[in-house]
Design a protein around this ligand. Structure first.
Ligand code: SAM
Length: 281
């Protein structure tokens, strides 16, 4: 009978965020597939655990993934962990989950720390609809194509970025979405120097041009806002009232009908039409 792949999120800065269920799973599995075994060893030492580990990182997902899958299919339970946060989210894991799913091995995803959700919740920007864009491509052409694909995007957009690339990314985001677009820069989440700066892309680009950023960042960019609906036009209402009056309707009936047709407040239109009538020679 097949074993199970457990996706175990680890803290993104604060060790207190490792859940009892995550710790219990690390204690219970047969082995751990870790992005960096040295980082995970520190976590295991903190928990007082000893566990066999294999490394599973970006450049060996194919070969090592197959070996991990075979062990799971042979009946072993495996916990997949990355250096910080939720596996398979801008981290190794996606291919292994797919391989397990295709081979019929159960996958259990344990909820826990994830930088993008932590940032979104604290951003103060709309959370109802959002799109996670991960890291923008480094290649100029692919990067521009990615930004072009977000033109007119109305949902809140989330980006991961390394500090040394942040100034260039902020410049590109400003050029793509305009300097006035609101952004929340969520830095060092859950850590001692956690900071959430709510500003605009223009101001953020200028600030980090002059002040080299430090620490880890999630950028939360507001989506494009639909233009406000046009205010109902009282002038058009009065013209319609006049036309209906010419057809023989009373002032009250003409105002009621014109208001209904044009989506205006009936009483306001009636009072305005009354004023017009009084001004007539
Ligand atoms: N799998 C992880 C998760 O669930 O969030 C993300 C891993 S990705 C390789 C690393 C990126 O996540 C960083 O470059 C940064 O953009 C973001 N990140 C991770 N920890 C963070 C923190 N404490 N504060 C802000 N951003 C963080």
């Amino acid at each position: 009978m097949s074993g199970t792949l457990y996706l175990v999120p680890t803290p993104i800065g604060n060790l207190g965020d490792l859940s009892p269920r995550a710790a219990g799973t690390l204690a219970a599995v047969d082995f751990i597939a870790a992005e960096d075994t040295r980082v995970t060893l520190k976590l295991l030492n903190h928990l007082g655990l000893k566990k066999p580990m294999v490394s599973y990182y970006r450049h060996n997902t194919e070969s090592r993934g197959e070996a991990v899958l075979q062990r799971i299919l042979a009946g072993e339970n495996c916990a997949l962990v990355t250096d910080a946060g939720t596996p398979a989210i801008s981290d190794p894991g996606e291919e292994l989950v797919r391989a397990c799913a295709q081979a019929g091995a159960p996958v259990v995803s344990i909820p826990g720390p994830c930088a993008l959700i932590t940032a979104l919740a604290a951003s103060g920007l709309p959370t109802g609809r959002f799109t996670f864009e991960g890291f923008l491509p480094m290649n100029r052409k692919n990067r521009q194509a990615h930004l072009d694909s977000l033109r007119g995007e109305g949902r809140t957009m989330l980006f991961y970025e390394a500090p040394h690339k942040l100034p260039a990314t902020l410049r590109d985001l400003r050029d793509a979405f305009g300097p006035d677009r609101p952004v929340a820069l969520c830095r060092e989440l859950t850590k001692l120097h956690e900071e959430i700066r709510r500003t605009t892309l223009g101001e953020a680009a200028d600030w980090y041009e002059a002040n080299p950023p430090k620490g880890e960042f999630v950028l939360v960019v507001q989506g494009e806002q639909a233009p406000p609906p046009e205010a109902p036009d009282l002038e058009a209402g009065l013209e319609r009232v006049a036309a209906l009056r010419a057809e023989g309707l009373s002032l009250r009936d003409a105002a009621r009908q014109a208001a209904r047709e044009l989506g205006l407040a009936r009483n306001a239109l009636y009072q305005a039409a009354l004023g017009e009538t009084a001004r007539m020679p």
